[in-house]
Ligand binder design. Structure first.
Ligand SMILES: Nc1ncnc2c1ncn2[C@@H]1O[C@H](COP(=O)(O)OP(=O)(O)OP(=O)(O)O)[C@@H](O)[C@H]1O
Ligand SMILES: [Mg+2]
Length: 116
């Protein structure tokens, strides 16, 4: 099992969701965050709302998946989040972390079956 964390441009969220649903990835947590990448927010000001200082508004998507869903989930996020053909500065990042355990609270189920 893996835990995928993607930081994307807010205006790309609908596209990313649509691409994920096409791949039958239907469970996710979405939050509004602020951050900056290696340009420290400087070159992105014209495209992103500046929150405070050099921190820009981003969307964080979290998805827990079984191993056979990792590649398609990552590719779906890439398709949805990349601006144009070759992408643009600030389009975001995807982190894939090992996931040790999942529990569905209602049933007590655990492991792959509890993911979704
Ligand atoms: N190494 C990192 N650790 C934690 N968060 C990061 C890291 N890199 C990027 N982020 C988060 O992802 C957001 C988008 O990053 P961004 O796409 O600007 O990455 P980048 O490495 O600067 O690549 P690019 O040159 O394409 O802009 C940042 O605003 C920040 O919230
Ligand atoms: Mg950047």
């Amino acid at each position: 099992m893996k835990y995928i964390i993607a930081i994307i441009q807010p205006y790309r969220l609908a596209d990313v969701q649509a691409e994920l649903y096409k791949e039958e990835v239907n469970l996710m947590t979405v939050s509004e965050v602020v951050g900056h990448g290696r340009q420290k927010g400087v070159t992105e000001i014209y495209r992103s709302y500046r929150e405070s200082g050099n921190l820009l508004r981003k969307i964080r998507i979290e998805i827990a998946v079984n191993d056979d869903f990792v590649d398609r989930a990552v590719k779906a996020i890439m398709r949805g989040a990349r601006s144009g053909e070759s992408g643009e500065i600030g389009d975001g990042k995807i982190f894939v972390l090992p996931l040790e355990r999942v529990y569905r609270i209602r049933t007590g189920e655990t492991g792959g079956i509890a993911i979704g």
